[in-house]
Design a protein around this ligand. Sequence first.
Ligand code: IMP
Length: 182
Amino acid sequence: MNNVKLSDIKVLIDEESIQKRIKEIANELNTIYKEEEVCVICVLKGAVMFATDLVRNLTMPLTMEFIRLSSYGSSTVSSGKVNAVEIKLPDLNNKNVIIIEDIVDTGLTAKFLLDFIAANFHTKSTKFVTLLDKKISRKTDIEPDYYCFDIDDKFVVGYGLDYNDLFRNLRFIGYADKSLLG
Ligand code: IMP
């Protein structure tokens, strides 16, 4: 049951701060890759807002792929098992790959994806970029190459992130009191 209302959500990171930080990360990536082509892989659904804003600030030639993984279902705690809901990728051999995620929490999703890419392709380079890094929940030794913000032990929503598939459309990243979350 969804008992969280929009009015229960407090702002953690506002729209202006998100957009400012995305430009900083994009500038770093632009400096690294220069004119080299990259393939950007957006992990649906949560990373969609971040990925589309990030790529609009990237200047190298790039292609975009979208894959869908899930580990949460309708809970606020990772099930500990990653499901590949849809993972169809082109030939990434010899390509520069940038994986774009919404949040690295336990790190299981990131590990699953990095292992999948390493097992199937010899990429030229693979980088993992995430909007949020929740280091406190980590259960793997995965560290993103870039993150926009690190956050403490809160379940966050907005700007692509959901609770029961809701609140992805918020322009900011927010949180509700734990007592309201099922
Ligand atoms: P991990 O595999 O535990 O690192 O979790 C990664 C996925 O869990 C993310 O891509 C999100 O979809 C989801 N997730 C983790 N923490 C949160 C949160 O605070 N709010 C919303 N979704 C989350």
